[in-house]
Design a protein around this ligand. Structure first.
Ligand SMILES: [Zn+2]
Length: 219
């Protein structure tokens, strides 16, 4: 998981993404120790933890390798293939994954949370037109704060996000539509996952591994 941390550059403005549609190979296994504070069984049956022994429970034991998150379910923000991976050898500062969804595909909140950013990236400037590899920034984008200090980021939307800062969103709620605003070579969703409430590049982890861990694997 941390093999490429040494390659993280200091993009002080935080949102200079390197996006594209070139296929890359995802490699390496990842573990996410300490991702969630609550055990999978507790997360799947909240409010019953102290109600007595679950003598009638027939729920199978959760796999030890798939820790659940403390509140709510997770879902894929779009159903589309990963077309460019997280911090690949050729793109070591790519702090998310590119999901090859078509233009105007609805983007869904990956989990319940509070919207902490919903705007046009200042470094992009004009977000209402398609960007290009020479245009900087995330375009129209959204950051959502989830429980456990997890933040998800959704970039390059086609238009102003459907939600605003302070909005409480539910898992799967539509927050915008896929576009190509900002530093983007074509319509796709750039999706990031951050831990420890750290919106900077140093807080970013591999979304593929994370989404597997929360049982909403990316395609
Ligand atoms: Zn990207």
């Amino acid at each position: 998981m941390k093999i490429s941390l040494a390659l993280v550059t200091t993009v002080s403005t935080g949102l200079l993404l390197v996006c594209g549609l070139a296929s890359t190979v995802l490699g390496g296994s990842v573990t996410l120790p300490g991702l969630c504070d609550v055990s999978p069984s507790a997360a799947s049956s909240p409010a019953t933890a102290s109600a007595g022994p679950p003598t009638t429970s027939s729920a199978p034991a959760p796999p030890a390798s798939s820790p659940a998150c403390p509140v709510g379910a997770w879902t894929q923000p779009v159903h589309a293939s990963v077309v460019s991976g997280f911090r690949t050898r050729s793109r070591p500062t790519h702090n998310g994954v590119d999901l090859g969804a078509t233009r105007f595909t609805p983007i869904r909140a990956a989990s319940a949370g509070v919207v902490i950013v919903a705007r046009c990236d200042a470094s992009t400037g004009d977000c209402d037109h398609d960007g290009s590899p020479t245009v900087p920034g995330c375009g129209w984008f959204v950051d959502i704060q989830h429980s456990g200090g997890v933040i998800t980021r959704y970039c390059h939307m086609a238009s102003r996000p459907a939600i605003g800062v302070g909005d409480v969103v539910t898992t799967g709620q539509i927050i915008g539509i896929v576009g190509s605003s900002g530093h983007s070579s074509g319509p796709h969703l750039h999706y990031e996952v951050h831990l420890n409430r750290d919106r900077s590049s140093s807080g970013a982890i591999n979304p593929v591994a994370f989404m597997q861990a929360v049982e909403a694997p990316l395609e």
